[in-house]
Design a binder for this molecule. Structure first.
Ligand SMILES: [Zn+2]
Length: 70
C-alpha cells in the first residue's frame, strides 16, 4: 500500500493503490481532510474550504435600541 506524508502532522498516510489526483483521503493520525494533489510522488494537501459551519452571526442584530430613551 503506498503512503504519503500528511501536511498537517507529518505522519505517514496510507492511500489506495488506485488513487487519483483530486481524490480525498483523511489522515488517521490527526483526522485532517486531505486531497491528492500529485501522484509521482503522492502529494497531499489540506482541504480548507469548510464554509458550512461559519454562518451564525445573528448576535449583531440586537444593539439598535439606544435611540429610544425619550
Ligand atoms: Zn495528519
Amino acid at each position: 500500500m503506498p503512503t504519503s506524508i500528511c501536511p498537517e502532522c507529518d505522519e505517514e498516510v496510507y492511500v489506495d493503490a488506485e488513487i487519483e489526483q483530486g481524490d480525498r483521503v483523511s489522515c488517521e493520525e490527526c483526522h485532517a481532510d486531505l486531497v491528492v494533489v500529485g501522484l509521482d510522488p503522492i502529494e497531499l494537501d489540506v482541504r480548507e474550504d469548510a464554509e458550512d459551519s461559519l454562518s451564525d452571526d445573528d448576535d449583531y442584530d440586537s444593539h439598535d435600541y439606544e435611540d429610544n430613551r425619550f
